[in-house]
Design a protein around this ligand. Sequence first.
Ligand code: PAF
Length: 289
Amino acid sequence: MKIFTRKSELKAFLSPSKKEKKTIGFVPTMGALHQGHLSLIKRAKKKNDVVVVSVFVNPTQFDNKEDLDKYPKTYENDVALLESVDCDVLFFPSIKEIYAENIVSEKFDFEGLEYQMEGRFRDGHFDGVGTIVKTLFEIVEPDTAYFGKKDFQQLQIIKKLVEKYKLPVKIEGRPIFREEDGLAMSSRNVRLTKEYREAAPFIYKILKKARKKFGIKDAKELTEWVEKQFKKHPLLELEYFTIADEKTLQTTTTIEPNKKYRAFVAVFAGNIRLIDNIRLKSKKSIEAS
Ligand code: PAF
C-alpha cells in the first residue's frame, strides 16, 4: 500500500490511472478503523481498479473540543487493517496540508437537511463535513465514494453536496455494520467504559422494538414510548428519537404509504455520544412484502 501525506504526491500517483481510465473508489474516514470501514473498502475494491482511503480527523466538524481531542487515533492499527484488505492507497494528510493556516468551514445550504437531528445538536457540524468531503473529492477525484448508513443524515447531505455542486462522483450508501450484540460499529465505541459498553446494545434493541410497533402506534405515540424506555434506563440518556422521512429528514407525524421512513436516535452513554438508525416499514407494507 502506498501512503501519501501530500495532496500533490497523491494526485501525481493517481494521474496515470486516470489517464488509463481506471476507476477510483474512495472511502473517506477519520481513522480508528473497524469492520464497518473495512466492509466499505472491500466493496470499493470489488467495484474499482484503485482504492483510496483517507484518514483525517477533521477539526471543523467537531463542535466539542473534548470530543475532538479524545477522538481515537490508532494509526499503526489502521495501516495494518488497510493492508489486510489490500487497500491500494492511504491518504493521511496533516491539518495544515488540508486547511493551510485557515481552519474554518465553508458555509453550505443543504436545503434544510442540515437543520434536522444532528444539525440541531452539533453546531456547524455539517458545514465541517461538507468542507472536508468536497476538498477530499477535489483532491482524489474518485468515480465512486462509499459511506455507511449509520451516519444516514451525513450520507443524504453528501448526496445533496454532489448534486448542488455537480461533483462528478457517485455516492454509494452501505448498510450499517453491527457488533454481535447489535451495537452499531463506531470509532467512538472504544471509548466506552465496560459498564457503558454493556449497556449500549439497548439502543438497537429499542430501535428494533420501535420498528415492530411502527404502523400500530402512530409516530407521536411511538416517540413517547421510546422516550419512556430511555427514561427508565439507569445509564443511557436519550438526546433525541425521531421518525423522519428518509428524503427530507423532516420529523413526521403522519405516515404516507408512498414514502420511506427511518427512526433516528442519539444517546449519551456517559460522555460518549452514540447515534443509530433503522429503516421502518409500516405493518401494512410488512404484510404485503
Ligand atoms: O464519517 C466520517 O468518518 C466523517 O464524517 C467523514 C465523512 C470522513 C468526514 O470527515
